[in-house]
Design a protein around this ligand. Structure first.
Ligand SMILES: *Cc1c(COP(=O)(O)O)cnc(C)c1O
Length: 375
């Protein structure tokens, strides 16, 4: 049994989804559980989100959707990043909806229907300006026409029409209105082709929280269901009614006295100013502790904060705990909701110029996820 753990508060996930559902108003909630539920565990996160009132699940990869089905989760699920080499028939046979970015992908969906024996459920994606996935507006009419024909042939069912925002985390950005207009134009093309999708969807977490005009029939929050704010302009987690669900903990592996002037860790990026105690923390960059936290990141032991002393290594890093009564076996809280004096994932991200998403999704496979709460 590892001394380290990413403790996952399933009640927090459920409560966060309840809060998002209120924000979503009449729109249904698709809980995004890609990347192993943003590091929180895909199946457990999905179940907690469904208990909180989500009625859809969203993932990027085919295997993620299949993992949900293998766990017995049969909620409507969209997998949006299938490539030519993916097993479209397996995904369609599992009753998973697929995102369609291009006519070749629609052909894959049609071919899958011949194997699964039923119309493949598709969500056609238009690029309204993000410049990532989706069909360009110039290709849209052709894609929609091909989908209308496939629907008439009963090889696909167009369940959704969707797109994704570039600047939802800057709620006043002018691209938002431009993307919304482009999305409405794309919906008109769909209507003219005689397609009646069940769900039109555009909003991620930030848009769910701050841009009601982007909600349409369904919203797709990810990071917020794990209790993290999508960005500083959207608001702080607490004021958004969100509770961070992950607390990363371990135990001090060793405490020892060293003299003044002692170099610490690779490259001696830290040197002790006086005789002191060093505490060894058994988590490193292989476990998702960013190496950039060297001499920068803070963690908590009890109610006290300590800064990482010297380089973060693969499996461990060091704290200078001075004369404090720290012993081997003491609990170290690396980050959590911040309610007991520990740093948040947000704080770590800000310290090294990244986003909280990256902090939680990178917690490594060596760290067991330990579930708390009633899901
Ligand atoms: C990841 C993702 C989301 C969720 O984004 P958050 O910012 O985490 O809410 C929604 N839609 C798409 C297409 C995504 O890739």
């Amino acid at each position: 049994m590892s001394v380290s753990a990413a403790r996952i508060d399933l009640d927090a996930i459920r409560g966060n989804v309840e809060a998002l559902k209120v924000r979503a108003g009449d729109a249904a909630v698709m809980a995004v559980v890609k990347a192993d539920g943003y590091g929180h565990g895909i199946v457990q996160s999905a179940n907690a989100a469904l208990e909180g009132g989500a009625t859809w699940l969203g993932v990027a990869m085919a295997d993620e959707a299949l993992a949900l089905r293998q766990a017995g989760i049969d909620a409507p699920t969209l997998a949006w990043l299938l490539g030519p080499a993916d097993d479209w028939a397996a995904v369609a046979s599992a009753g998973v909806d697929v995102g369609i970015n291009a006519t070749w992908a629609l052909e894959k969906a049609v071919d899958a229907a011949a194997i699964s024996g039923r119309a493949t459920r598709v969500h056609l994606k238009v690029d309204t300006g993000l410049g990532r996935g989706g069909a360009q507006p110039a290709e849209w009419t052709e894609l929609v026409a091909a989908a209308a024909k496939a629907e008439a042939d009963a090889t696909v069912e167009v369940v959704g029409i969707w797109s994704h925002l570039a600047y939802a985390d800057e709620p006043r950005h002018p691209t938002i209105e431009a993307q919304r207009r482009a999305f409405n134009d794309a919906l008109e093309v769909v209507e003219h082709a005689g397609i009646q999708p069940t769900v039109r969807h555009l909003a991620n977490s930030a848009a769910t929280l701050r841009l009601p005009e982007t909600h349409y029939d369904l919203v797709r929050p990810g990071v917020a269901i794990y209790g993290l704010s999508p960005g500083p302009e959207v608001g702080e987690a607490a004021e958004l009614g969100l509770t961070p669900a992950m607390t990363l903990t371990t135990q001090v592996a060793l405490v020892k006295r060293v003299p003044a002037g002692h170099g610490v860790s690779y490259g001696h990026q830290y040197t002790t100013a006086r005789e002191t105690s060093l505490a060894l923390v058994p988590l490193g960059y292989a476990d998702g502790i960013p190496r950039h936290l060297t001499n920068l990141g803070e963690v908590a032991i009890g109610r006290r904060r300590y800064r990482v002393a010297g380089r973060v290594c693969m499996d461990q890093f060091v704290l200078d705990v001075g004369e404090d009564p720290v012993s081997a076996g003491d609990e170290v809280v690396l980050f959590g909701p911040g309610t007991s004096g520990e740093p948040t994932a947000e704080e770590w991200a800000a310290a090294i110029g990244t986003i909280n998403y990256e902090i939680v999704t990178r917690v490594g496979a060596r760290v067991p996820r330990v579930y708390q709460g009633t899901s």
